[in-house]
Design a protein around this ligand. Structure first.
Ligand code: BGC
Length: 919
């Protein structure tokens, strides 16, 4: 491969500065899909890399992986842990480590060398992973804390609790420190410091789980922070989801979870160059106080910070902690300790407010210009003891004050008491808000936008996709979706970020997760969420509607728990990760058996809980429609989804070689289909049940409709949409999962485009028309009852984002992980261009088409080591050219056939420029 043809973005964070041979063609080395994961407990991790080249048709022929226990050994090309030898294979994803047995604390450094059909490469950049503490015996640390409240704390109802500050001084030995590693879990949330320096830039760590089932810890290389002689470690503990935001008197009844007072497990291991080890571990020799500046912290209600109570120097040496008490040894949480693999949450962006206005003498309203999720940083100066209050909302009332009715019981108030310094800059630690507007009271002097900054906070994941089109409504809807998706990741996908809810509702994310996977590298987050779901499964097989299990709602339906099965498929297709299917297959099967034995009668699953949730109601103030004609029958939702589960489980059983199960699921699916059609399909009118779009669409898209009725059923979808709903959406969360794709697949992309470009009710464009900068929970979010009316919910997106990328962009995985790509852009009348790209696990896929004069021009990029089948809208092969030549004469372009109005070609990697006369 010619070096000049190579482009490479230097991702310096992935690189080791001591690595002398930097290869520019192999990049993004990942272990278990993470970049340099630390403290993992996977003993046969899977290794992956990307190849970058803009040369055409580059294929990997072989690879060789070296894994070494030190960087020096690796740099000397010695793989003492594993040398895979040269393996003839085009696999560059998920190569299972097969070297020496890995033990607790092993550091693994690795690199890879490949040969391609073009040439032999040099060694790649270097990456690493490390193994955490695998055995109970590795943990010298004990859970420490204080299992009691302070006078200001409130343990019932809207709980409030002061943050807990823990500290420990220790002395290093008089030897050279070779390395230092901190293993830490602080529940609910921790911030850790060594000698006053913050460890990492994560917030809200560790990731939330059902702490009775599992507890995650984080691992950090802290070598650089260790000083010779005296050192101090300090940790602040916040409540997070461990000390619940609410604890009702009827808690026993509702079962809402509350785990206990915050607690810390920390183990600092210092290795000296002579090989000796010093361990500093949490126990009752640490000191603790609740008498610090964070007086209260609660994710719904906000944070109360009193700067006059700051403990200057508390996390450094020689601090006088005589007023602190000894930490207590407290009971360990019941959950299993595990190394966290999904990314931590971070401040991912900072935005500036666009305006501030005075509401009355002491009240100002700040406008961020965007409904965002995170917190507000404030710079203020004034008298000691003065208190500034910040309250947050998504929308304003007509009089310019905050609209708080839809926030329900959340207090959403941060307060800061000044210490009286010249300039004080503050931001909270253990709370977050979903907001566009902030009410500021008590600010000394006149606040300006320059006093504030919005910190946008969510799980650290790459923004892998880009999408824009020639239509401004489409673009604003995409932007709203982008903000909504990122705002609803909090170590789990949440329903909303602003009111007293913020839970991992399963139904909201079924197909939505696939759309999201085009925008963010959400792989590890969703893999973790499937674990949360599995942990919430009851003995009898039931899967709840919310996971982690903070609100244990086991209502037994198909559409919410079904996300468990659907998302495993998403991870396989979008990221090429089979592991979630392997890992969760038995639990999914158990759930299906439970449903089958308890609810399925005569092949019909009639039990449903939520209906086609939040379909557009007939009048402006309603949350849910009261019109029976708009509601989809429970048994139709239950049975179509049950059928879908059977087909997915049949697919999984096939993948896992479980032939008995394949037969079982296939037979049952056949029986369900027959019974369902016999009962719900009117073969005269070709309508399912009461003819809602959702009923017809689910049956059709799930492959339940016999061929001879498909056209008739689809015609009913079209008629209902055009006649009864005047070209508008008529589905809720369930039907929306197939709406855009269903309409397009059966030949009416024009209706799909109409639905997405509408600006009147009900539509995503109506939200835009009404100044939404995120996606609403309700189609009528500007008029409906505030009892359930979030302005930042992503569930109504359905398959819209999938449609943007797979259909308008023409970027679809034809083989798992986009090893083979189907590029078939849908180019409806009314759209003049689309630019879409996705940084897939194999590399960046790009698709940019435009209609220029009478010509359709399409530039695409196919990553190295993948292939694509490309569909160019054309009626004859000789109409198509590539980079100015007739396409079929170009060496790297293979004509396959003319199909459905497209000329179809197979191509290898590289950049291509196709054109054809506009149809
Ligand atoms: C949540 C939804 C959820 C629904 C189900 C709502 O309160 O916000 O997103 O799926 O309840 O009942």
């Amino acid at each position: 491969m010619k070096k000049k043809s190579i482009f490479f973005v230097l991702l310096s964070m992935f690189l080791f500065s001591s690595c002398d041979k930097i290869n520019k063609e192999i990049t993004d080395l990942r272990c278990e899909y993470a970049i340099n994961p630390q403290g993992i407990d996977i003993l046969t991790p899977r290794l992956s890399w990307k190849m970058v080249s803009d040369e055409r048709d580059v294929k990997q022929l072989s690879y060789r992986i070296l894994v070494a226990s030190s960087l020096d050994l690796l740099n000397a090309d010695t793989g003492d842990l594993w040398d895979s030898g040269i393996v003839e294979s085009d696999a560059s994803q998920n190569i299972v480590y097969a070297g020496q047995a890995l033990k607790s604390r092993t550091n693994c450094y690795w690199k890879v060398k490949v040969t391609t059909n073009k040439d032999e490469q040099e060694w790649s950049e270097t990456a690493s992973w490390s193994i955490g503490l695998l055995n109970d015996a590795d943990w010298k640390a004990q859970w420490a804390g204080l299992d009691k409240a302070s006078p200001d704390d409130v343990l019932k109802g809207k709980t409030r609790l002061a943050a807990r500050y823990l500290r420990k001084e220790f002395e290093t030995e008089n030897k050279t420190v070779k390395s230092a590693t901190l293993y830490i879990s602080g529940l609910g949330l921790y911030e850790a410091y060594i000698n006053g320096s913050r460890i990492g830039d994560q917030v809200f760590s560790p990731t939330p789980t059902d702490y009775d089932k599992s507890v995650k810890y984080n691992t950090f290389d802290v070598t650089k922070l260790i000083a010779g002689g005296k050192n101090a470690i300090g940790v602040t503990l916040g409540n997070g989801r461990y000390f619940g935001m609410r604890f009702d008197d009827n808690q026993e009844l509702t079962g809402r979870q509350y785990f206990g007072f915050p607690k810390l497990l920390a183990q600092l291991e210092i290795t000296y160059s002579d090989g000796s080890l010093q361990t500093v571990a949490s126990d009752d020799s640490w000191k603790i106080t609740t008498n610090g500046p964070i007086r209260a912290n609660n994710e719904y209600d906000g944070e109360e910070y009193d700067a006059t109570k700051e403990l200057a120097g508390w996390n450094k040496v020689d601090y006088d902690d005589s007023a602190w008490q000894a930490a207590e040894l407290v009971a360990a949480p019941a959950g299993k300790l595990e190394g966290q693999l999904n990314p931590n949450i971070k401040i991912m962006e900072t935005i500036q407010p666009i305006s501030i206005s005075q509401l009355n003498s002491d009240t100002y309203i700040l406008d961020m210009g965007q409904n965002m999720v995170g917190w507000l940083q404030m710079t203020v100066s004034g008298e000691k003891g003065k208190q500034v209050k910040l309250r947050f909302s998504e929308v304003l009332q007509p009089d310019g004050s905050l609209y708080l009715a839809n926030i329900r019981g959340a207090q959403v108030t941060d307060s800061y008491t000044l210490k009286g310094e010249k300039s004080e800059t503050w931001e909270p630690s253990f709370t977050y808000h979903g907001f566009r507007f902030v009410e500021i009271t008590g600010f000394p002097g006149v606040p300006t936008v320059a006093h504030f900054a919005g910190k946008v906070i969510y799980d650290e994941m790459e923004n892998t996709g880009r999408f824009e089109s020639s239509d401004t409504t489409v673009n604003q809807i995409y932007k709203n979706a982008y903000w909504g998706i990122r705002g609803n990741y909090r170590g789990m996908p949440t329903d909303c970020p602003q009111r007293d809810e913020r839970m991992g509702w399963l139904g909201d994310r079924a197909v939505g997760s696939q759309g999201e996977s085009f925008v963010f590298d959400n792989h590890l987050l969703y893999a973790k969420w499937l674990d949360d779901i599995e942990e919430s499964q009851r003995e009898d097989g039931s899967i709840p509607d919310v996971a982690p299990n903070y609100w244990p709602i086991y209502s037994d339906n198909m559409t919410w728990p079904g996300a468990y099965v659907i998302i495993a498929n998403m991870l396989y297709e979008q990221f090429g990760d089979k592991e979630p299917i392997v890992k969760h297959y038995d639990s999914m099967k158990r759930w299906m058996s439970y449903i089958r034995s308890k609810y399925v009668k005569d092949n019909i699953m009639a039990k449903d809980t939520y209906g086609d949730w939040c379909m557009p109601p007939e009048s402006p103030e309603l949350i849910h429609s009261e019109d029976p004609a708009r509601k989809t029958d429970a048994a139709v939702l239950g049975t179509t989804f049950y059928f879908r589960m059977l087909t997915l489980l049949e697919k999984y059983a096939k993948m896992l070689g479980k032939s008995d199960d394949v037969q079982l699921f296939a037979d049952e699916a056949t029986a369900v289909k027959a019974s369902f059609n016999a009962k719900y399909l009117n073969t005269e009118t070709m309508q399912y049940s009461n003819n809602t779009v959702t009923a017809n669409l689910l049956a059709l898209c799930y492959g339940m409709t016999p061929e001879e009725y498909q056209k008739g059923v689809f015609d009913n979808i079209v008629a209902k949409t055009l006649d009864d709903f005047k070209g508008h959406v008529s589905t809720g969360l369930v039907g929306a999962q197939w709406l855009m794709r269903g309409l397009t697949d059966y030949g009416r992309p024009d209706i799909a485009l109409k639905i997405v470009t509408n600006r009147d009710y009900p539509s995503w464009g109506y939200m835009v028309e009404n100044d939404a900068t995120t996606i609403w929970e309700l189609w009528n979010g500007n008029t409906a009852d505030p009892g359930m009316n979030s302005h930042n919910h992503v569930m109504l997106l359905g398959d819209l984002v999938v449609w943007f990328y797979e259909y308008l962009g023409g970027i679809k995985a034809a083989e798992p992980g986009f090893k083979k790509i189907e590029m078939k852009p849908c180019t409806p009348e009314g759209l003049n261009f689309v630019n879409a790209s996705l940084n897939s696990v194999y590399g960046k896929i790009e698709s940019a088409w435009k209609k220029e004069a009478e010509t359709f021009i399409w530039k695409i990029t196919v990553p190295a080591n993948t292939t694509a089948v490309v569909y160019i809208p054309a009626t004859a092969e000789n109409e198509v050219s590539e980079s100015g030549k007739q396409a079929s004469t170009v060496e790297d372009v293979k004509f396959v056939e003319l199909r459905d109005g497209y000329a179809v070609y197979e191509i290898g990697s590289g950049k291509y420029n196709f054109s054809a006369p506009c149809k």
